[in-house]
Each structure stands twice: as C-alpha cells, then as structure tokens.
Write a protein that binds this ligand. Structure first.
Ligand code: NAG
Ligand code: NAG
Length: 227
C-alpha cells in the first residue's frame, strides 16, 4: 500500500509484533530491512530519540515503539480488533504488555548480553521470575481461554508470542528452557497453541534466525576486538 512503510530487522521480536498486527488487519506495506551497524538516514530521521526499529511510517508520519505502533495499527485500520474491546480487559492487556517490556524482555535480552557466567545466571533467574508471573496472570485473568485474546490471537499474544523464537534459540544455545512445561504448564500449552496458529507460522521467524543473529554479532565483536 502506498504510504505505509515498515523499517525493521528480521531477528527483532519487536518488529515481528508490528508485522503480525498489520497482517491481522490485512494491510499491505513496504518493508525495509535495516542494518543496525549502518542505520539508514530514514531511520535516524524517523526515530531520532531511540534510533531503533521498528518504525512504521504512515503517509510520511513516523510512529515508533512496537507497543505504540500495534495500538496505532489497531486504531487506524479496519478489521478484527487486536486489543480487547472491553475497557477493563484492555487495561489488563496493557498492564501485562508493559510488564513484558519492562521486566521480562530486559531479563531475557540480558541473558544474551551477559559478559560473565554469574551475570548470565542472574538474568536467567530474573527471566524465570517474570515468566512465573505471566503464568499466574494466565491462571487468574485468562483462565480457560485458548489465547490471551480469547478464542483467537490478540494483543498480548502478539507481544509475548513474538519472543518465542528467541526462547527456542536460548534452549539450543544455552540449554536454558525459559518456558518449561513442568514449571509453567499453562504458558507452555499457550506457547504450543500460539506456535500452531496461522499467524505465527506465517510471521514468526525460525529459531535459526535468532541463532544466526547471535553468531554474526559474536563474530563482529571478535573481529573488532582483534583489530
Ligand atoms: C551504509 O548504507 C548506505 C546506504 O544506506 C550504503 O550506501 C553504504 O555503502 C553502507 N555502508 C556500509 C559500510 O555498509
Ligand atoms: C524443567 O523443570 C524441571 C522441574 O523444575 C527440571 O527438572 C528440568 O530440568 C527442567 N528442564 C529443562 C530443560 O531445563
């Protein structure tokens, strides 16, 4: 569609959220892959504050930050609602989305960035704690529902589900099982349903994509250190 462009990165779960939201609304858009080592002028100009992807540019106007973009997409385009329509359910979904971005994501991304084993272990503990709280949320606020969104995928499913390919990569790379069915059975069952959904199959990358990203970064860091 003319007037809709997404600046992204294949391995970014935050970009996956936006792609899933756009797909749920059935809108087409132009996609541009960014090189984080050499960011485009358009990215720097569109998101001068964070200089990060995703950025959605709609009729020349940039919208930044994945949660904000998903909500914008939900409000602007026709199609099935992504956020719950009930105000209390919407507030609950926003609360947990903020929790995922403020607590869970920094913890699991911290596993990746940790420079020493003890730091990594600490981030693993923080990740498990946050995942445990998501399990409690599923038990209390989402009891009996197939998805956070109810019968079908909604806002929170996108927000958390976009991270699952990274969790699978962590299982392979670090032997850390973030969603362990003996510890968080509700979340494990949800993750399996999410993975089988048409939306996830179409738009969530394979774990290989995340593994390759890590290996590429490690190789670049090693090359820089050897200079
Ligand atoms: C950086 O990106 C620009 C285009 O945006 C390209 O012309 C240039 O060759 C790139 N530089 C490097 C070092 O990759
Ligand atoms: C999953 O959790 C159980 C129970 O705490 C533990 O025994 C098992 O080692 C865990 N699996 C993995 C792969 O971490």
């Amino acid at each position: 569609m003319a007037g809709l462009k997404l600046l992204g990165l294949v391995a970014s779960p935050f970009v996956v959220r936006v792609r899933m939201a756009l797909s749920m609304k059935g809108v087409s858009y132009e996609y541009a892959e960014e090189d984080l080592k050499n960011k485009s002028e358009l990215l720097l100009k569109s998101n001068p504050v964070h200089q990060k992807v995703p950025v959605l540019i709609h009729n020349g106007k940039p919208i930044c930050e994945s949660l904000v973009i998903v909500q914008y997409v939900d409000e602007v385009f026709a199609g099935p609602p992504i956020l719950p329509t009930d105000p209390y359910e919407r507030a609950t979904a926003r609360f947990w989305a903020a929790f995922i971005d403020d607590k869970l994501c920094p913890a699991w991304i911290g596993i990746l960035r940790a420079k020493a084993e003890d730091e990594r272990a600490e981030k693993v503990t923080e990740t498990f704690a946050a995942i445990g709280q998501m399990e409690e949320a599923l038990a209390k606020s989402y009891e009996g529902k197939a998805f956070f969104g109810g019968e079908s995928i909604g806002y929170l499913d996108i927000v958390l589900g976009s991270c699952l390919f990274w969790f699978e990569a962590f299982r392979r790379m670090y032997k850390v099982e973030i969603i362990n069915s003996s510890k968080v059975p509700l979340l494990a069952a949800w993750a399996e349903r999410f993975g089988k959904s048409a939306e996830a199959k179409e738009l969530v990358p394979e774990a290989d994509e995340a593994v390759q990203y890590v290996n590429k970064r490690a190789a670049a860091a090693a090359a820089a250190a050897a200079k």
